[in-house]
Ligand binder design. Structure first.
Ligand code: IMP
Ligand code: MG
Length: 177
């Protein structure tokens, strides 16, 4: 079956400008910090994290976690499970969690709880997009790219059944056809 490209919701140019702006804000806020640990959440954050990390002007390092939510691909029941942990001990370190998307908020809330328990010097969060209408639990986003309506988006790391992750823009898919 031929694949039609998802319609554009946020263009490549808009994303680039936003990543630049976020990188400037983060670099300014952490200018006194000598090692900011960016914690990317696999797989979705890998492209946003790579773009953001390369634009920061402060010393930084990168580590990853992978989480899984039980249930099917387009719904989240709130049960989050860690399937890959950080390599580094973050105790006493400055940590910035980098997420692709915040939907119900369960994933980010879980992450913040899990990482805060390790007593980092500071812990903040960054997300490329969020869907405010879908929020079920509170999760603070300190650096946010875009707010979007309740649609399924792909591109920039975001997938629909593993498809479209490497699309350079954020597009909308309509799973019902
Ligand atoms: P949460 O509901 O905030 O816990 O988000 C759970 C995860 O669902 C996110 O990290 C994404 O991997 C995925 N997700 C939620 N909405 C979308 C979307 O529109 N496109 C692709 N992935 C999504
Ligand atoms: Mg994610």
């Amino acid at each position: 079956m031929p694949e039609t490209l998802p319609e554009v919701l946020i263009s490549e140019e808009q994303i680039k400008a936003k990543v630049d702006e976020l990188a400037r804000r983060i670099s300014a806020d952490y200018r006194e910090v000598d090692d900011l640990i960016l914690v990317g959440v696999l797989k979705g954050s890998f492209i946003f994290l790579a773009d953001l990390a390369r634009r920061l002007t402060i010393p930084r390092s990168v580590d990853f976690m992978a989480l899984s939510t039980y249930g099917d691909s387009t719904t989240t029941d709130g049960a989050v499970r860690m399937i890959l942990d950080l390599r580094r001990n973050i105790s006493g370190k400055h940590v910035l969690v980098v997420e692709d998307i915040v939907d119900t908020g369960h994933t980010l809330a879980y992450l913040v709880r899990a990482l805060a328990a390790r007593q980092p010097a500071s812990l903040k969060t960054c997300a490329l997009v969020q869907k405010p209408d879908r929020r079920e639990v509170y999760a603070q986003i300190d650096y946010l790219g875009f707010e979007i309506p309740d649609v399924w988006v792909v591109g920039c790391g975001l997938d629909w059944a593993e498809k479209f992750r490497t699309l350079p823009y954020i597009g909308v898919v309509h799973p019902e056809g």
